[in-house]
Each structure stands twice: as C-alpha cells, then as structure tokens.
Design a binder for this molecule. Sequence first.
Ligand SMILES: Cc1ncc(COP(=O)(O)O)c(C=O)c1O
Length: 367
Amino acid sequence: MNQRVVATINRKALLHNFAVAKTHAHGSKLVAVIKANAYGHGLLPVAETLQDADLFGVTDLAEAEILRAGGTDKDILILQGIIDRNEIARCARQGFQLVIHSPDQLHWLEAALDNISLPKPLVFWLKLDTGMHRLGIAPTDCNTICSKLLAKPWTKNVVLMTHLANASEPQSPLNAMQLQQFHTCINSHDKPPLAASIAASAALLALDCKSNWVRPGLMLYGSSPFVWRDIQRRREAFNLQAVMTLQARLIAIKDIAAGSSVGYNSQFISTTPMRIGIVSIGYADGYPSNTPNGAPVMVSGTRTITVGRVSMDMLAIDLTHIPQALVGDAVTLWGDEISLDEVAAHTGILSYNLTCSISARVAREYI
Ligand SMILES: Cc1ncc(COP(=O)(O)O)c(C=O)c1O
C-alpha cells in the first residue's frame, strides 16, 4: 500500500454476495443495483464483475451511458426515470428501460415517441406508490396508465414495481400494508399477468414477498440493511462479505500527558498519559466529519478507536495499547475485521452513505 488512502474492492467478495442474493431470490430475476457509482465501489469494474446479473439498475441517463460506453451490453434500468423530457428519445434509441413514476411522464413519452421509429420497443417499469410517498403513481391510476402504455407500439412490456419504506424494520406494519396495496393492484389488472418487482436487500433477506424481479443493492457490497444492534441480522448472519476495505497510513505518533486535548475544538481530552497516532484520512476523503470519539479502527491486527474531531485530511487514534505500531503502518477504517456497519452505527451515518461518500481523490484498487 503506497497511497495515502486506498479503497480496495474485492471482486470475489462481490461475486460471493451476488451468489447469496441469488440464493435468497429463489429463481427470481435479479437487478443488480449499481447506481451512484456502485455505491462508491466503481460503476464499470462492478458491472464487469457482476456479469451474471439479469439487469443493471442505475440512477439516471448519465450513468446508463457511462455503462454502455464502458462496454456493457446488458440491459440497463434507469431507476429515477426521466428527469427531463428531452432525454426520452436518447434513452429510447439506446434501449434503456425506464421507471415511470408519474402520470405526466406518460404524456411526455407520447409526445416524444409517438412520431419516431425506434430500433426496438421498450420495457417500462411502472412504479406504484403503495405507501412510501416518494416516487410512484397512485395505485388507483395503475390500470389506466398500464393499459395506455401496453397499447403503444413502442412498448414491449411493463413491469409493475414498488419500493418498501420500512423493509429494514421487518416488523413494521407498513410493510404488510404496502404489500397488500401492491398485490391488490396487480390482481385487479385485467391484462395478461405482468411481471412484478418489490424487494431490495432488506425485503429480500427478511420479508416474504416473492416476485419476478428482485433489486438488491447494499447486500451486494457486503452490508446488512438492518440496524447494528440487531445481532441476528448482521452481515455475518447472512454470510455476506466485506467488498470495500478502506485503509490509510499512520503518519505520526506522539505521547501526550494526562489532561491533553487532541485535535480541533478539544473534542477529546485524555484522562491518562496516552500514545496517539495520526492517520492520513479525513473528511475530504469521505470519512465523516461528525464522527464522535471512539469509532473503531484496526492497526497491526489490533482494534483501537478514533479520538478527537476528524480533520480534512487526518484523524487521530489511540495507540496506547499498541506499542508495536510504527509510522507507515496501514490503518483499516473498515473492511473484514472492522465492519462498515459498525462504523455506520458509531457515526450515525448509513453504510450506504459511507461508501458513497468516499471521494474521488481516494484510489480504488480492484483485487
Ligand atoms: C427503487 C430501488 N430499488 C432498489 C434499491 C436497492 O436498495 P438496497 O441498496 O437497500 O438493496 C434502491 C436503493 O435505493 C431503490 O431506490
């Protein structure tokens, strides 16, 4: 390890987690959700690794085009749908599958596609708002919009989808309410049965909601979508492996007397003499600035904790019980031994957010 900060991405672990997701999918097709630069893991290398996915899910046209330009020939679903109606013809010509989440979008599609010819008809994912109240059409509009879409020569097929707000809290009554709304909608449709999609990682791992397509993201990267205090649902319980290992270097070591403060605003004050290590990672690399004292890290095979406020390019750790640690040693912020989910619990920042926030200046290495 030569660089100041390195995120090492383990392709074998990614493939392993993909296989775990396939097992839970029980034969359903799988959308590998690789949006947001594959949750910070790198869009193209992750796509290249997950060649057995049935479809890739990205955020927007820009990500879809990066994937295509990078050589992906697999089908691509744009999960946020159309942002600007001027994008529609460009999406359609490239055969991208689009989420439709509002009645207006049907009118935009008609205006853009009714008078052009396309190489191939398109697959649309009609998103129903069954209770999350984020994106999606009202279930009462489902039959009308679906029938109109299916009647278009530019439509090949429609998949009905919904997203669960509380799947990471399996006992939440909203899960059952959303599932019931969705199934009522599917069953009331008078056209031939349409494919359906409900589950992202949490529902795939903990709820009984089989459908034709599943859409895992987080679990592919080795994180559990459930709260850290739920020991039965940590990543080990699902046999998930860490994909990203984030490491920096020890760049200074110093002894401090009892009563000394460490870093900005004296966020940490020692009560005993201590040995402090300064580590070459800060919030400009994506390590959260609001981390309280005590976040777990690993040096020389030994766990220890952060002390003091995270600076832009550095943070401090307690080396008092690790006398063998030397300047130049690698410090692991998360990975196999330090779970990303534990860091998330300590910092109050979601695992999703932690990996997505790793900044562009951090080298990604793929093994
Ligand atoms: C519509 C949709 N499907 C699937 C996913 C993947 O979710 P997760 O990463 O929790 O598996 C997301 C993530 O935000 C999403 O918005």
